[in-house]
Ligand binder design. Sequence first.
Ligand SMILES: Cc1cc2nc3c(=O)[nH]c(=O)nc-3n(C[C@H](O)[C@H](O)[C@H](O)COP(=O)(O)O)c2cc1C
Length: 210
Amino acid sequence: MELLDKLNWRYAAKAMNGEKVSEEKIANIIEAARLAPTSSGLQPFEIIVVKNQAIKEAIKPVAWNQSMITDCSHLLVFAAWDTYTEDRINKMFDLTNEVRGFKNEGWENYRQMLLGSYPQQDAEENFNHAAKQAYIAFSAAIIAAAYEGVDSTPIEGFDPVEVDKILGLREKGLRSCVLLPIGYRDTEKDWLVNLQKVRKSTEDLVTVIE
Ligand SMILES: Cc1cc2nc3c(=O)[nH]c(=O)nc-3n(C[C@H](O)[C@H](O)[C@H](O)COP(=O)(O)O)c2cc1C
């Protein structure tokens, strides 16, 4: 199957060669993230696309000096809402009504249910929930990059507090949760490129209940 071939080709590149990825491919990767499902459809995150080399250079030391940060073409920063507010929830429900062109009682009741729960919860708990949704989009982006024949490296090895400062995220009610440099593998410099992919067996992963 073509997709599985591409997922086998994909690996977490440890070195990139600085080659630029076309804006068309980047747009397709971001579109896959935009289309990802999220809890209640709230999409409680934003994606910051860093093309600016100086900003990448500033992020590198707070990301364990991982070379992919500066040798990638585009650095995607997935930043989740710092909490759920009434305004944020209402915006997404209003958007649904606007796009679909009608109001639905069940949907409006669901809005009220969410308004009665999320905004009253602890901000940290809400951020953790929002971050989980960001990871779904992050995963879609990784798969889309492979589909486009582009390398990417999922990166949690960074200091989110420092990245938030560099990108001014807290002022926007956002907190960085995961990074995705996108670019092309440097086959000369990457120690991982020729090593076999290691995964536990399907039997160890899956339990089938008949
Ligand atoms: C959420 C997440 C965070 C990761 N963080 C890093 C990282 O900071 N640096 C790195 O080199 N690899 C990182 N990885 C890559 C994993 O180590 C890698 O995906 C895993 O070992 C499987 O190998 P493969 O992706 O090459 O198939 C991360 C992967 C995920 C999913």
